[in-house]
Write a protein that binds this ligand. Sequence first.
Ligand SMILES: [Zn+2]
Length: 434
Amino acid sequence: MKRVIYRGTVIDPVSPKKPDIRKGAYVITEDGVILSVEDRQPVQTEGDTIVDFGENLIIPAFSDLHIHAPQFAERGIGMDCLLFEWLNRYTFPEEARFRERSYAETIYRQVIRELIRQGTLHLAAFTTIHYEASDLFFRLLEESGLYALAGKINMDRNSPDYYVEDTARSLADTERFVSEHLPGGRIGGTDRHYSGRVRPILIPRFAPTCSGELLHGLGRIGQRYKVGVHTHLVESREEAAWAKELFPGDGSDGAIYENAGLLGNGPSIFAHVIFPTETEERILRQYGAYAVHCPDATSNITAGIMPAARLLAGGFPLALGTDVGGGHFTGVYRQVARAVQISKMKEFYEPEEKRVAFFEAFYMATAGGGAVFGNAGRIAPGYRFDALVIRDMSDEGTQLSPEESLERFCYIGDDRDILARYADGKLLSYDTLS
Ligand SMILES: [Zn+2]
Protein backbone atom coordinates (compact mmCIF):
# COMPACT_ATOMS: atom_id res chain seq x y z
CA MET A 1 0.00 0.00 0.00
CA LYS A 2 1.31 3.41 -0.91
CA ARG A 3 1.17 6.05 1.79
CA VAL A 4 1.17 9.76 1.14
CA ILE A 5 2.03 12.06 4.05
CA TYR A 6 1.02 15.72 3.96
CA ARG A 7 2.71 18.23 6.25
CA GLY A 8 1.23 21.61 7.16
CA THR A 9 -0.98 23.43 9.65
CA VAL A 10 -3.97 21.14 10.05
CA ILE A 11 -7.38 22.56 10.98
CA ASP A 12 -9.89 19.86 11.84
CA PRO A 13 -13.47 21.07 12.62
CA VAL A 14 -13.99 18.48 15.30
CA SER A 15 -16.94 20.40 16.78
CA PRO A 16 -18.76 23.68 16.06
CA LYS A 17 -17.24 25.23 19.19
CA LYS A 18 -13.63 24.27 18.94
CA PRO A 19 -11.50 23.12 16.02
CA ASP A 20 -8.40 21.03 16.53
CA ILE A 21 -5.46 23.07 15.19
CA ARG A 22 -2.00 21.57 14.84
CA LYS A 23 0.96 23.40 13.34
CA GLY A 24 3.58 21.39 11.50
CA ALA A 25 1.43 18.27 11.67
CA TYR A 26 1.63 15.20 9.44
CA VAL A 27 -1.50 13.78 7.82
CA ILE A 28 -0.78 10.15 6.94
CA THR A 29 -2.99 8.78 4.18
CA GLU A 30 -3.29 5.48 2.38
CA ASP A 31 -5.34 5.07 -0.77
CA GLY A 32 -6.91 8.47 -0.19
CA VAL A 33 -8.06 7.76 3.38
CA ILE A 34 -6.54 9.39 6.47
CA LEU A 35 -4.84 6.87 8.75
CA SER A 36 -3.67 9.33 11.41
CA VAL A 37 -2.63 12.90 12.10
CA GLU A 38 0.70 13.12 13.93
CA ASP A 39 2.62 15.96 15.55
CA ARG A 40 5.98 14.33 14.89
CA GLN A 41 7.40 13.12 11.64
CA PRO A 42 6.40 9.47 11.28
CA VAL A 43 8.90 6.76 10.54
CA GLN A 44 8.97 6.54 6.79
CA THR A 45 8.64 3.27 5.00
CA GLU A 46 9.80 2.60 1.49
CA GLY A 47 7.53 4.11 -1.09
CA ASP A 48 6.11 6.81 1.22
CA THR A 49 5.72 10.21 -0.35
CA ILE A 50 5.91 13.38 1.76
CA VAL A 51 4.26 16.56 0.48
CA ASP A 52 5.30 19.56 2.57
CA PHE A 53 3.01 22.59 2.59
CA GLY A 54 5.06 24.47 5.20
CA GLU A 55 3.04 27.11 7.08
CA ASN A 56 0.03 26.76 4.80
CA LEU A 57 -3.28 25.39 6.06
CA ILE A 58 -4.67 21.91 5.39
CA ILE A 59 -8.46 22.04 5.81
CA PRO A 60 -11.38 19.83 4.74
CA ALA A 61 -12.86 20.55 1.32
CA PHE A 62 -16.04 22.62 1.34
CA SER A 63 -19.55 21.20 0.91
CA ASP A 64 -22.24 23.23 -0.86
CA LEU A 65 -25.52 21.66 0.17
CA HIS A 66 -27.69 23.88 -1.97
CA ILE A 67 -26.74 25.06 -5.43
CA HIS A 68 -28.86 25.45 -8.57
CA ALA A 69 -26.40 24.38 -11.24
CA PRO A 70 -28.49 25.67 -14.19
CA GLN A 71 -28.65 29.15 -12.66
CA PHE A 72 -24.89 29.55 -13.07
CA ALA A 73 -25.23 31.93 -16.03
CA GLU A 74 -27.54 34.29 -14.11
CA ARG A 75 -25.42 34.74 -10.99
CA GLY A 76 -25.07 38.38 -10.05
CA ILE A 77 -28.07 39.44 -12.18
CA GLY A 78 -31.49 40.62 -11.03
CA MET A 79 -30.37 40.86 -7.44
CA ASP A 80 -32.73 43.71 -6.56
CA CYS A 81 -35.81 41.47 -7.08
CA LEU A 82 -37.70 39.54 -4.45
CA LEU A 83 -38.22 35.79 -4.87
CA PHE A 84 -41.24 35.50 -7.17
CA GLU A 85 -40.27 38.41 -9.43
CA TRP A 86 -36.77 36.97 -9.74
CA LEU A 87 -38.09 33.49 -10.58
CA ASN A 88 -40.40 34.73 -13.31
CA ARG A 89 -38.15 37.34 -14.84
CA TYR A 90 -34.78 35.56 -14.74
CA THR A 91 -34.80 32.03 -13.47
CA PHE A 92 -37.60 30.18 -15.23
CA PRO A 93 -36.59 31.53 -18.70
CA GLU A 94 -32.96 30.55 -18.04
CA GLU A 95 -33.78 27.06 -16.76
CA ALA A 96 -36.09 26.45 -19.74
CA ARG A 97 -33.02 26.76 -22.00
CA PHE A 98 -31.76 23.43 -20.65
CA ARG A 99 -34.11 21.61 -22.99
CA GLU A 100 -31.22 22.04 -25.42
CA ARG A 101 -28.54 19.54 -24.59
CA SER A 102 -25.73 21.59 -26.12
CA TYR A 103 -26.57 24.62 -23.96
CA ALA A 104 -26.78 22.42 -20.86
CA GLU A 105 -23.37 20.95 -21.62
CA THR A 106 -21.77 24.39 -22.04
CA ILE A 107 -23.08 25.58 -18.69
CA TYR A 108 -22.66 22.38 -16.69
CA ARG A 109 -19.00 22.00 -17.71
CA GLN A 110 -18.38 25.54 -16.49
CA VAL A 111 -20.17 24.83 -13.21
CA ILE A 112 -17.98 21.84 -12.44
CA ARG A 113 -14.76 23.68 -13.29
CA GLU A 114 -15.85 26.58 -11.09
CA LEU A 115 -16.75 24.32 -8.15
CA ILE A 116 -13.33 22.72 -8.19
CA ARG A 117 -11.65 26.11 -8.60
CA GLN A 118 -13.43 27.38 -5.48
CA GLY A 119 -12.71 24.28 -3.40
CA THR A 120 -16.26 22.87 -3.35
CA LEU A 121 -15.71 19.13 -3.67
CA HIS A 122 -19.09 17.99 -2.32
CA LEU A 123 -22.44 19.33 -3.45
CA ALA A 124 -26.18 18.80 -3.41
CA ALA A 125 -27.45 20.30 -6.65
CA PHE A 126 -30.71 21.30 -8.23
CA THR A 127 -30.94 20.87 -11.99
CA THR A 128 -33.95 21.42 -14.28
CA ILE A 129 -37.02 19.38 -15.21
CA HIS A 130 -35.24 17.97 -18.29
CA TYR A 131 -34.20 14.33 -18.14
CA GLU A 132 -31.46 14.58 -20.79
CA ALA A 133 -29.73 17.64 -19.36
CA SER A 134 -29.92 16.25 -15.81
CA ASP A 135 -28.47 12.93 -16.97
CA LEU A 136 -25.65 14.81 -18.65
CA PHE A 137 -24.88 16.76 -15.47
CA PHE A 138 -24.85 13.54 -13.46
CA ARG A 139 -22.35 11.96 -15.86
CA LEU A 140 -20.11 15.02 -15.88
CA LEU A 141 -20.11 14.97 -12.06
CA GLU A 142 -19.23 11.27 -12.10
CA GLU A 143 -16.25 11.98 -14.36
CA SER A 144 -15.12 14.98 -12.32
CA GLY A 145 -14.09 13.16 -9.11
CA LEU A 146 -16.48 15.28 -7.02
CA TYR A 147 -19.02 13.89 -4.55
CA ALA A 148 -22.60 14.92 -5.24
CA LEU A 149 -26.30 14.36 -4.80
CA ALA A 150 -28.16 15.22 -7.99
CA GLY A 151 -31.27 14.34 -9.93
CA LYS A 152 -33.94 16.02 -11.98
CA ILE A 153 -36.31 18.54 -10.47
CA ASN A 154 -40.11 18.32 -10.48
CA MET A 155 -42.75 20.99 -10.98
CA ASP A 156 -46.23 20.42 -12.40
CA ARG A 157 -48.17 23.56 -11.46
CA ASN A 158 -47.90 27.27 -10.70
CA SER A 159 -45.12 27.43 -13.24
CA PRO A 160 -44.95 29.17 -16.63
CA ASP A 161 -46.50 27.38 -19.62
CA TYR A 162 -43.08 27.03 -21.23
CA TYR A 163 -41.50 25.40 -18.16
CA VAL A 164 -43.82 22.93 -16.48
CA GLU A 165 -44.31 19.17 -16.47
CA ASP A 166 -47.24 16.84 -16.91
CA THR A 167 -47.62 14.94 -13.60
CA ALA A 168 -47.48 11.41 -15.03
CA ARG A 169 -44.51 12.25 -17.24
CA SER A 170 -42.69 13.92 -14.35
CA LEU A 171 -43.07 10.80 -12.22
CA ALA A 172 -42.12 8.43 -15.04
CA ASP A 173 -38.99 10.46 -15.91
CA THR A 174 -38.01 10.66 -12.25
CA GLU A 175 -38.39 6.93 -11.63
CA ARG A 176 -36.32 6.25 -14.73
CA PHE A 177 -33.70 8.75 -13.59
CA VAL A 178 -33.40 7.29 -10.11
CA SER A 179 -33.34 3.66 -11.24
CA GLU A 180 -30.70 4.34 -13.89
CA HIS A 181 -28.35 6.35 -11.70
CA LEU A 182 -28.09 4.26 -8.55
CA PRO A 183 -24.57 3.19 -7.52
CA GLY A 184 -23.46 0.30 -9.73
CA GLY A 185 -25.87 1.27 -12.50
CA ARG A 186 -24.45 1.20 -15.99
CA ILE A 187 -23.47 4.57 -17.42
CA GLY A 188 -25.69 4.63 -20.51
CA GLY A 189 -23.98 3.58 -23.73
CA THR A 190 -20.72 2.57 -21.99
CA ASP A 191 -19.26 -0.42 -20.15
CA ARG A 192 -18.69 1.65 -17.03
CA HIS A 193 -20.82 1.85 -13.90
CA TYR A 194 -21.70 4.60 -11.47
CA SER A 195 -19.24 4.57 -8.57
CA GLY A 196 -21.62 5.85 -5.89
CA ARG A 197 -19.68 9.13 -5.50
CA VAL A 198 -22.62 10.79 -7.22
CA ARG A 199 -25.99 9.57 -5.99
CA PRO A 200 -29.54 10.34 -7.10
CA ILE A 201 -31.90 12.37 -4.94
CA LEU A 202 -35.48 13.58 -5.42
CA ILE A 203 -35.88 17.31 -6.01
CA PRO A 204 -39.44 18.66 -5.91
CA ARG A 205 -38.75 22.35 -6.54
CA PHE A 206 -40.89 23.51 -3.64
CA ALA A 207 -44.39 22.74 -2.47
CA PRO A 208 -46.22 25.52 -4.38
CA THR A 209 -45.00 24.23 -7.77
CA CYS A 210 -45.91 20.60 -7.03
CA SER A 211 -49.35 18.97 -6.90
CA GLY A 212 -50.20 16.57 -4.09
CA GLU A 213 -50.33 13.76 -6.64
CA LEU A 214 -46.79 14.56 -7.75
CA LEU A 215 -45.40 14.78 -4.20
CA HIS A 216 -47.05 11.52 -3.14
CA GLY A 217 -45.79 9.82 -6.31
CA LEU A 218 -42.27 11.03 -5.51
CA GLY A 219 -42.68 9.74 -1.98
CA ARG A 220 -43.40 6.27 -3.39
CA ILE A 221 -40.30 6.46 -5.60
CA GLY A 222 -38.21 7.53 -2.59
CA GLN A 223 -39.46 4.57 -0.57
CA ARG A 224 -39.02 2.07 -3.41
CA TYR A 225 -35.43 3.07 -4.26
CA LYS A 226 -34.36 4.38 -0.85
CA VAL A 227 -33.42 7.83 -2.06
CA GLY A 228 -33.67 11.05 -0.12
CA VAL A 229 -35.07 14.46 -0.91
CA HIS A 230 -33.67 17.95 -1.45
CA THR A 231 -36.01 20.94 -1.52
CA HIS A 232 -36.73 24.39 -0.10
CA LEU A 233 -38.39 24.79 3.29
CA VAL A 234 -40.03 27.90 4.78
CA GLU A 235 -37.79 30.10 2.68
CA SER A 236 -40.04 33.13 3.01
CA ARG A 237 -43.25 33.96 4.84
CA GLU A 238 -45.07 34.29 1.49
CA GLU A 239 -43.88 30.88 0.30
CA ALA A 240 -44.84 29.18 3.58
CA ALA A 241 -48.28 30.81 3.60
CA TRP A 242 -48.92 29.89 -0.04
CA ALA A 243 -47.87 26.27 0.60
CA LYS A 244 -50.30 26.05 3.53
CA GLU A 245 -53.09 27.45 1.38
CA LEU A 246 -52.39 24.89 -1.38
CA PHE A 247 -52.14 21.97 1.06
CA PRO A 248 -54.72 22.90 3.72
CA GLY A 249 -54.74 19.42 5.25
CA ASP A 250 -51.03 19.42 6.09
CA GLY A 251 -50.77 22.53 8.22
CA SER A 252 -47.12 23.38 7.61
CA ASP A 253 -44.51 23.40 4.87
CA GLY A 254 -42.53 20.54 6.39
CA ALA A 255 -45.60 18.38 7.01
CA ILE A 256 -46.41 18.50 3.28
CA TYR A 257 -43.19 16.59 2.50
CA GLU A 258 -43.56 14.30 5.49
CA ASN A 259 -47.16 13.36 4.65
CA ALA A 260 -46.14 12.67 1.05
CA GLY A 261 -43.75 9.98 2.33
CA LEU A 262 -40.65 11.82 1.13
CA LEU A 263 -38.72 11.77 4.42
CA GLY A 264 -36.66 9.02 6.00
CA ASN A 265 -35.80 7.23 2.74
CA GLY A 266 -32.32 8.74 2.48
CA PRO A 267 -30.83 12.13 3.35
CA SER A 268 -33.34 14.97 3.70
CA ILE A 269 -31.88 18.34 2.73
CA PHE A 270 -33.86 21.53 3.28
CA ALA A 271 -32.63 24.87 2.02
CA HIS A 272 -33.20 28.09 3.98
CA VAL A 273 -35.43 27.03 6.94
CA ILE A 274 -35.89 30.67 7.85
CA PHE A 275 -39.16 30.45 9.75
CA PRO A 276 -39.27 26.94 11.25
CA THR A 277 -42.36 26.22 13.32
CA GLU A 278 -42.47 23.56 16.02
CA THR A 279 -43.55 21.11 13.31
CA GLU A 280 -40.51 21.88 11.16
CA GLU A 281 -38.19 21.56 14.15
CA ARG A 282 -39.79 18.24 15.08
CA ILE A 283 -39.37 17.03 11.48
CA LEU A 284 -35.73 18.18 11.26
CA ARG A 285 -34.97 16.30 14.46
CA GLN A 286 -36.98 13.17 13.71
CA TYR A 287 -35.41 12.60 10.29
CA GLY A 288 -31.93 13.97 11.04
CA ALA A 289 -32.56 16.39 8.19
CA TYR A 290 -29.98 18.95 7.10
CA ALA A 291 -31.01 22.59 7.29
CA VAL A 292 -28.97 24.55 4.77
CA HIS A 293 -28.17 28.16 5.50
CA CYS A 294 -27.60 30.23 2.34
CA PRO A 295 -26.64 33.70 3.61
CA ASP A 296 -26.07 35.44 0.25
CA ALA A 297 -29.36 34.19 -1.19
CA THR A 298 -31.11 35.13 2.02
CA SER A 299 -29.84 38.66 1.58
CA ASN A 300 -30.51 38.88 -2.17
CA ILE A 301 -33.82 37.14 -2.71
CA THR A 302 -35.39 35.90 0.43
CA ALA A 303 -36.90 37.75 3.34
CA GLY A 304 -35.57 36.84 6.75
CA ILE A 305 -32.49 35.19 8.26
CA MET A 306 -32.21 31.60 9.43
CA PRO A 307 -31.98 31.33 13.24
CA ALA A 308 -28.71 29.47 12.72
CA ALA A 309 -27.18 29.96 16.16
CA ARG A 310 -30.35 28.72 17.86
CA LEU A 311 -30.62 25.68 15.57
CA LEU A 312 -26.92 24.87 16.08
CA ALA A 313 -27.31 25.11 19.84
CA GLY A 314 -30.31 22.79 19.52
CA GLY A 315 -28.11 20.16 17.88
CA PHE A 316 -29.73 20.28 14.45
CA PRO A 317 -27.48 19.26 11.52
CA LEU A 318 -26.66 22.52 9.77
CA ALA A 319 -24.80 23.11 6.53
CA LEU A 320 -24.05 26.01 4.23
CA GLY A 321 -25.12 26.55 0.63
CA THR A 322 -24.36 29.16 -1.99
CA ASP A 323 -27.83 28.83 -3.56
CA VAL A 324 -26.36 30.08 -6.86
CA GLY A 325 -27.98 31.92 -8.63
CA GLY A 326 -30.13 33.30 -5.75
CA GLY A 327 -26.71 33.61 -4.17
CA HIS A 328 -24.29 35.39 -6.47
CA PHE A 329 -20.98 33.67 -5.71
CA THR A 330 -19.83 30.06 -5.93
CA GLY A 331 -17.26 30.03 -3.10
CA VAL A 332 -18.66 28.43 0.06
CA TYR A 333 -15.86 30.05 2.06
CA ARG A 334 -17.48 33.44 1.49
CA GLN A 335 -20.72 32.03 2.90
CA VAL A 336 -18.78 31.27 6.08
CA ALA A 337 -18.04 34.99 6.43
CA ARG A 338 -21.57 36.01 5.41
CA ALA A 339 -23.16 33.64 7.94
CA VAL A 340 -21.33 35.50 10.69
CA GLN A 341 -22.17 38.92 9.21
CA ILE A 342 -25.90 38.41 8.81
CA SER A 343 -26.22 36.68 12.17
CA LYS A 344 -25.01 39.94 13.73
CA MET A 345 -27.76 41.78 11.88
CA LYS A 346 -30.26 39.27 13.23
CA GLU A 347 -28.96 39.70 16.76
CA PHE A 348 -29.15 43.46 16.38
CA TYR A 349 -32.83 43.40 15.40
CA GLU A 350 -33.81 40.34 17.48
CA PRO A 351 -31.61 40.40 20.61
CA GLU A 352 -32.90 36.99 21.72
CA GLU A 353 -31.18 35.46 18.66
CA LYS A 354 -27.44 35.10 19.11
CA ARG A 355 -24.75 35.58 16.49
CA VAL A 356 -22.85 32.75 14.84
CA ALA A 357 -19.15 32.43 15.74
CA PHE A 358 -16.64 32.10 12.91
CA PHE A 359 -15.75 28.49 13.66
CA GLU A 360 -19.42 27.53 13.92
CA ALA A 361 -19.88 28.78 10.37
CA PHE A 362 -16.69 27.02 9.23
CA TYR A 363 -17.96 23.81 10.83
CA MET A 364 -21.24 24.09 8.90
CA ALA A 365 -19.31 24.49 5.62
CA THR A 366 -17.11 21.44 6.23
CA ALA A 367 -18.00 18.79 8.84
CA GLY A 368 -21.67 19.83 8.92
CA GLY A 369 -22.37 19.47 5.20
CA GLY A 370 -19.69 16.85 4.60
CA ALA A 371 -21.52 14.33 6.80
CA VAL A 372 -24.05 13.68 4.06
CA PHE A 373 -21.25 12.40 1.81
CA GLY A 374 -19.94 9.69 4.15
CA ASN A 375 -16.60 10.17 5.89
CA ALA A 376 -16.02 13.68 4.62
CA GLY A 377 -15.59 17.14 6.10
CA ARG A 378 -12.84 16.52 8.65
CA ILE A 379 -9.08 15.93 8.73
CA ALA A 380 -9.22 12.93 11.06
CA PRO A 381 -8.53 9.18 10.99
CA GLY A 382 -11.03 7.25 8.87
CA TYR A 383 -12.03 10.29 6.82
CA ARG A 384 -11.28 10.57 3.13
CA PHE A 385 -8.52 13.00 2.26
CA ASP A 386 -10.94 15.44 0.62
CA ALA A 387 -8.95 18.51 1.47
CA LEU A 388 -7.76 21.95 0.46
CA VAL A 389 -4.46 23.68 1.04
CA ILE A 390 -5.00 27.34 1.86
CA ARG A 391 -2.25 29.93 1.68
CA ASP A 392 -0.96 31.42 4.93
CA MET A 393 -2.69 34.81 4.69
CA SER A 394 -0.11 36.72 6.77
CA ASP A 395 1.09 40.05 5.42
CA GLU A 396 4.72 40.88 4.93
CA GLY A 397 6.20 41.64 8.33
CA THR A 398 3.25 40.24 10.33
CA GLN A 399 2.33 36.74 11.33
CA LEU A 400 -1.27 35.59 11.64
CA SER A 401 -2.26 32.64 13.78
CA PRO A 402 -3.81 29.71 11.86
CA GLU A 403 -7.28 30.78 13.10
CA GLU A 404 -6.73 34.32 11.85
CA SER A 405 -5.37 33.12 8.54
CA LEU A 406 -8.42 30.94 7.91
CA GLU A 407 -10.79 33.72 8.91
CA ARG A 408 -9.05 36.20 6.62
CA PHE A 409 -9.22 33.69 3.75
CA CYS A 410 -12.99 33.31 4.23
CA TYR A 411 -13.49 37.09 4.28
CA ILE A 412 -11.10 38.35 1.60
CA GLY A 413 -9.38 35.34 0.02
CA ASP A 414 -10.23 33.80 -3.33
CA ASP A 415 -9.38 30.81 -5.51
CA ARG A 416 -5.79 32.07 -5.94
CA ASP A 417 -5.28 31.36 -2.25
CA ILE A 418 -6.34 27.73 -2.68
CA LEU A 419 -3.01 26.07 -3.43
CA ALA A 420 -4.27 22.49 -3.88
CA ARG A 421 -7.53 20.53 -3.95
CA TYR A 422 -7.74 16.81 -3.16
CA ALA A 423 -10.65 14.37 -3.40
CA ASP A 424 -9.92 10.80 -2.28
CA GLY A 425 -6.29 11.88 -2.05
CA LYS A 426 -6.21 12.70 -5.77
CA LEU A 427 -5.12 16.13 -6.83
CA LEU A 428 -7.93 17.81 -8.78
CA SER A 429 -7.23 20.39 -11.42
CA TYR A 430 -9.93 22.64 -12.81
CA ASP A 431 -7.98 24.04 -15.72
CA THR A 432 -7.36 20.69 -17.37
CA LEU A 433 -11.05 19.78 -17.45
CA SER A 434 -12.48 20.09 -20.92
ZN1 LIG B 1 -32.67 27.41 -3.90
